[in-house]
Ligand binder design. Structure first.
Ligand SMILES: C[S@@+](CC[C@H](N)C(=O)[O-])C[C@H]1O[C@@H](n2cnc3c(N)ncnc32)[C@H](O)[C@@H]1O
Length: 396
């Protein structure tokens, strides 16, 4: 694990000029001058080709050598084991749980049930457990009492009620995990699961569990950018020793994949991107900076009115020669280029994410845990699918 972590850190340091600029914001991207052949090829791609390359970096065979080399390197470095027993058909519908969420918690349960059954913790803690859907499944399948901790009192109450309804031992504690003084039922002999506890909430779990030498942990981190500090501050001794840093933009990039978004949601994103670019082009023509964020409902106007409204936000009128259809065609072309150029940046998304996860896993290894990282479900079920399982050697 240390070797892979080091390789990822080296890759990201070396390639920072390629992934840091956002083609949406910086046009042309600064790396276009150093990799002109790659830039030309990416700018030239048709929307359907971009869609295909977003799914699979090797979808086209005629890519320039420099791009192919980066695609191969990032793919090789992010190859990771799968927990066995994925892709089972879904179980019977769980109350209050949507289809994909159910697939996710079932996959998590399948991945961890063997170690839980082996470790026999007196009680499991479901850290930031929401309404306790995972708790309920673990309590049912592993015959283990589970204690849900969540900030929301309503969620905690729901988790107890839903657990009681199926006759399993799920109790709840409402509180902020970053400041919580743990009650006795959370102490010692417990295992801890944290599925999608955002950013620093996973770090709070790591801190809490290592302080108490909790024997067994299973964590699926998400929202790596959610932390009090901007950017990545290393957790492992390895990266701390090198004073390794990633900027906040890298962490947002890591989770910006469209993942399992519906075709409708994808289409809406493309349209919004095109309209934002349309206004940015008008602003750039007047020497102005880009528009900045726009509320979803602001897009409810027809295109021409949207441009007029956005310019008015800056106290500007549309040019007298403005022709909505012609300008839309110009923006659509610019959007195609932005999407094409963004493919290069996209190659580094998973390396950043894996580094954030391996760094956390390595920090557990640093204090004596045996640690494994593997995917627990397909990315179509959840793009944040990297599971850390850690046990003190005496636990399993
Ligand atoms: C993304 S949800 C994950 C819920 C659940 N683990 C799951 O996978 O369905 C994150 C949960 O963290 C809870 N949360 C947010 N901040 C918290 C905090 N400071 N302390 C405890 N829970 C918190 C939220 O209420 C929410 O239920």
């Amino acid at each position: 694990m240390q070797q892979r972590l080091q390789q990822l850190a080296d890759l990201l340091e070396r390639t920072q000029p390629l992934w840091e600029p956002r083609p949406f914001r910086q046009r042309p991207a600064s790396w276009e001058a150093t990799l002109p052949e790659v830039a030309l090829w990416l700018r030239d791609r048709r929307p359907a080709e971009i869609d295909a390359l977003e799914q699979d970096p090797f979808a086209l065979s005629d890519m320039p050598g420099a791009y192919a080399a980066l695609a191969m390197e990032t793919t090789a470095l992010t190859k990771i084991a799968q927990w066995p027993r994925q892709n089972r058909p879904p179980g019977k519908p769980m109350r209050g749980v949507k289809g994909r969420k159910q697939r996710q918690i079932e996959a998590f349960q399948l991945a961890v049930s063997a170690p839980i059954t082996q470790a026999q913790p007196q009680r499991l803690i479901d850290w930031c457990g929401g309404k306790g859907h995972l708790s309920r499944l673990l309590a049912t399948q592993c015959s283990c009492p589970v204690c849900v901790i969540d900030l929301s009192e309503a969620f905690v109450t729901a988790s107890e009620q839903l657990g009681a309804a199926v006759g399993v031992d799920v109790t709840g504690i409402a509180g902020d995990v970053t400041t919580l003084t743990p009650p006795p039922q959370m102490d010692s002999a417990a295992g801890l699961v944290a599925l999608h506890a955002c950013g620093m909430l996973t770090d709070a779990a790591l801190h809490w569990a290592t302080q108490r030498e909790v024997p067994w942990l299973a964590l699926v981190p998400c929202c790596h950018h959610k932390a009090p500090e901007a950017g990545w501050r290393p957790r492992s001794k390895l990266l701390m020793g090198q004073d390794f840093r990633l900027p906040a933009t890298a962490l947002r990039m890591a989770i910006s994949d469209e993942g399992p978004a519906s075709p409708g949601a994808r289409q809406r994103r493309r349209r919004e991107m095109c309209w934002r670019i349309a206004v940015d082009l008008l602003l750039a023509d007047r020497g102005e900076t880009p528009l900045g964020s726009v509320g979803r409902t602001d897009y409810n106007r027809p295109f021409g009115e949207f441009c007029q409204w956005a310019m008015a936000r800056r106290g500007l009128d549309l040019p007298t020669t403005f022709d909505a259809d012609r300008h839309h065609r110009r923006a659509a072309e610019a959007t195609r280029h932005v999407r094409g150029l963004s493919l290069l940046r996209g190659l580094f998304r998973r390396p950043v994410e894996l580094l954030c996860v391996l760094d956390r896993a390595q920090s557990l290894a640093d204090v004596g845990y045996q640690t494994q990282v593997a995917t627990f479900c397909e990315r179509a079920i959840s793009p944040r699918n990297l599971l850390i399982v850690a046990s003190r050697s005496s636990a399993i």
